[in-house]
Design a binder for this molecule. Sequence first.
Ligand SMILES: NC(=O)c1ccc[n+]([C@@H]2O[C@H](COP(=O)([O-])OP(=O)(O)OC[C@H]3O[C@@H](n4cnc5c(N)ncnc54)[C@H](O)[C@@H]3O)[C@@H](O)[C@H]2O)c1
Length: 419
Amino acid sequence: MTVDVVVLGLGYVGLPLAREASRAGMSVLGFDVDSRVVDSLNAAQSHVDDVSDDDMAAMLRAGFRATADESEIATADAAVICVPTPLSPTGGPDLRAVESAVHAVARHLRPGMLVVLESTTYPGTTDELVRPILEKSGLAAGTDFHLAFSPERIDPGNEHFGVRNTPKVVGGHTPACTDRAADFYGRFIDTVVRTKGTREAETAKLLENTYRHINIALVNEMAKFCHQLGVDLWDVIRAAATKPFGFQAFYPGPGVGGHCIPIDPNYLSHNVRAKLGYPFRFVELAEEINATMPAYVARRAQNVLNDAGKAINGARVLLLGVTYKPNVADQRVSPASTLARRLADLGAVLSYHDPRVTHWEIGGVEVPRAGDLESAVAEADLVILVQNHREYDADRLAGLAKQFFDTRGATTVDEAYRL
Ligand SMILES: NC(=O)c1ccc[n+]([C@@H]2O[C@H](COP(=O)([O-])OP(=O)(O)OC[C@H]3O[C@@H](n4cnc5c(N)ncnc54)[C@H](O)[C@@H]3O)[C@@H](O)[C@H]2O)c1
């Protein structure tokens, strides 16, 4: 019994991909090393925001199955690798999950198979790391099996763009590998964009995220001096964004979070430094600026309390929204954690509210969760809007609060202080 595709790594990237392929009528197997993930998915319980339990049930009805048994990889015509690519303790790429997944595929590689890496990584990974491991099987890429890189572009929580309608970039080891990968993705994705090779596809993803990282740093730096100059940067951006060409709006905030923006540009800068010996200065500067934002927000919070004649030491500070982006439950690398640490260091008595987070710890210490939103807002000495989830009516909450500091530009009322 063969399947059309095995997806390795059933997380924020792999699971929506598996769902889309399954919806398109393909037979899909999921492989994950975490047996809890495998068991819960087989019981129709999703751990990913954008995939509901109903979606899981529909996938299972359509024949999807998750497994932790790597020998089943051999039953697939295509293997798509969607495992994590975090940073090592020294700030460089940590490709251990990719290596381990590729070894698993290599042990079960069959002639004619298509192997695609989707995990975000530095240019050259597919050719220099993935290909040699696969070729240890005795089969040659481009001749005996097809090999490609196709960056994942999933944007968790995005209601308009998902796997199907986000164009898919594909670069093969050979032109035939590109064709094979493009045909594969064309079965369940509307638009496929081909690059010259794997390195271009790898770098395209890093350019996208580096571009965002740098532009966020630009407005973060501007936020600081605009505040001092008495210029409302939110109004500036709103006005600039009316230009129908040549400008894209980015917004300041309490810091960058998640597993892409603070991490992926490092894959590129680390690679440039390691291979060429010089820095990627834009990335390093952007990192420096973005990393200052939680401390800057903490200082501004202190000033807001000061305006009201209150010291931050002992003040009750309520944080609204502690995830790394709005309308998702994902807390990975959330700037709220760094901000909370700063505020706690200054003596603030913290609590938080987040409709999607039931338990939140900072440095191993649980932060009390506010039950009723409006009474918690009214009681706190200072409320900081950290993440503007759709449940929040920022203007109304600002009206209820003693002091309200909006780090997301969500308020229009005079009562609110804005970043
Ligand atoms: N989450 C996003 O928004 C996003 C967007 C674009 C790109 N990416 C990239 O996609 C990749 C995957 O990220 P994610 O957010 O889906 O990660 P994730 O942590 O949500 O999921 C990864 C899954 O892979 C599993 N896994 C780890 N090692 C494995 C192995 N050797 N074999 C099989 N399964 C293994 C884990 O158990 C986990 O279930 C990363 O390179 C990331 O940078 C993520």
